[in-house]
Design a binder for this molecule. Structure first.
Ligand SMILES: NC(=O)C1=CN([C@@H]2O[C@H](COP(=O)(O)OP(=O)(O)OC[C@H]3O[C@@H](n4cnc5c(N)ncnc54)[C@H](OP(=O)(O)O)[C@@H]3O)[C@@H](O)[C@H]2O)C=CC1
Ligand SMILES: O=C1OC[C@@H](O)[C@H](O)[C@H]1O
Length: 391
């Protein structure tokens, strides 16, 4: 246990949608419940691009941080001198402009996945954070789960031998009950190209996370090899991808990753019948169960067929009705990096977020998926409607 007072991070929350609510509820959990004695979190400000009233309502929804400042615009939020770090919880389309807005205002940033819409945007964010000496991290929360840490450690310890292949899927059966369409309205962020919708950027990033954290992240630094990418997509009527398969080849490491995602079928309709991820090595494999973004269980199966299952429950805070979603671990990582003066997380370094964006960009290109100029530009514009809330 660390001695002394825990290091406190003051968060500013940009946007008041679904994931902002979940993340904030996790920030409000007592860190001691998950054994984190060295850091704590405070929500000091919340902004909605629609109105200050919406931000006020959000505080009621999360049932906490009642003293937080509330704003009706993102530019006001990033100007608040009391904030250490901004959590960007807007749709993918907005991540580049919104993160630039925060970095330009001198704020550290945790930005939701997918990091950006293009690889050039990701590179620009990293260049800006580096130039301004600010912390920046893509919010791929799954990487910070004890389950992910254990699996990376088992691979490094050689428990399944040399890993040759990782196969991962994250898919939902989102077919409408009638007709051939999906259950989402065409305007919904899941399928709306103006919001950079589609399976790859929203869901595909998770099977890719498993491919990358097992086949790329663990490569020694001196032999880092980015993948060659082969991909195919089927398009939905909106132009977004509804069904995509991505092969990542690492020829020098003799390994292959296969990441699939669809909005047309479920990874594991029986929930627990088939693994969502298989990490396959010369001496056995590790199977991770659905969902790829929030797994609670994995199995180590030795070459002999002998197997052992490991449960990794997410601790809940009894003082918050047992709430605990698992996003607090990435928040703790941000806090520790800020405390230690680190600008990037070693668990998801900048270079890796960029290579993942390059992979998704290659897949989008091969799948013929195109997004509008407003959301693909890598020219920062503080007056972009994506920052001012008129879009
Ligand atoms: N880590 C995870 O498990 C998850 C991550 N996500 C990621 O979080 C991000 C947001 O997703 P989610 O919270 O589900 O989305 P929501 O649609 O629920 O919320 C998005 C919020 O962004 C703001 N916003 C600003 N401009 C727009 C616009 N033009 N259209 C829609 N919203 C806008 C709004 O907040 P306001 O009006 O207050 O400005 C809105 O409430 C995405 O990047 C997604 O991939 C999503 C779900 C789970
Ligand atoms: O990040 C996510 O994880 C859960 C999914 O349901 C959601 O669409 C996605 O954004």
């Amino acid at each position: 246990m660390a001695t002394g007072n825990p290091y406190t991070v003051k968060w500013g929350i940009m946007a008041t949608g679904g994931i902002a609510e979940t993340f904030c509820k996790d920030l409000l959990c007592n860190p001691e419940i998950r054994g984190a004695h060295d850091v704590r979190h405070e929500i000091v400000a919340v902004a909605s691009s629609s109105s200050k009233k919406r931000a006020d309502e959000f505080l009621k929804t999360i049932d906490g941080a009642f003293d937080a400042k509330t704003y009706g615009s993102y530019p006001e939020l990033v100007s608040d001198s009391n904030i250490d770090i901004i959590y960007v919880a807007t749709p993918h389309s907005h991540h580049f402009q919104n993160t630039m807005l925060a970095l330009e205002a001198g704020k550290h940033v945790l930005c939701e996945k997918a990091f950006t819409v293009t690889a050039a945007q990701a590179r620009k964010l990293v260049e800006t954070a580096k130039a301004k000496n600010l912390f920046l991290m893509e919010a791929v929360w799954t990487r910070y789960f004890p389950l992910s840490i254990q699996i990376r450690e088992r691979i490094t310890a050689g428990e399944i031998g040399t890993v040759y292949r990782t196969i991962g899927d994250l898919s939902f059966n989102s077919n409408a009950t009638e007709g051939k369409g999906l259950s989402f309205a065409d305007s919904h962020r899941m399928v709306n190209v103006d919001l950079a919708g589609g399976a790859i950027l929203d869901l595909g990033v998770y099977p890719l996370t498993w491919v990358f954290q097992t086949l790329y992240h663990l490569q020694p630094e001196q032999d880092k090899e980015a993948p060659t990418v082969v991909a195919a997509s089927n398009k939905y009527t909106t132009g977004a991808d509804e069904n995509t398969a991505i092969i990542c080849q690492f020829p020098q490491h003799h390994s292959l990753g296969v990441a699939t995602t669809t909005l047309r079928a479920h990874t594991d309709p029986e929930l627990d019948a088939v693994p969502a991820i298989r990490i396959q090595g010369s001496e056995g494999e590790i199977q991770v169960f659905f969902p790829a973004y929030r797994p609670l269980k994995y199995k180590v199966v030795k070459k002999s067929g002998e197997s052992q299952t490991f449960d990794c429950p997410i601790p809940g805070d009894p003082a918050r009705n047992g709430w605990g979603h698992g996003m607090f671990w990435e928040a703790d990582e941000c806090a520790r990096c800020l405390r230690d003066g680190k600008k990037e997380s070693a668990t998801l370094p900048w270079k890796e977020s960029i290579v993942i964006m390059e992979t998704m960009e290659a897949a989008l290109k091969q799948g013929g998926i195109e997004y509008p100029e407003l959301i693909t530009t890598d020219v920062y514009d503080p007056k972009s409607p994506l920052n001012t809330g008129n879009q």
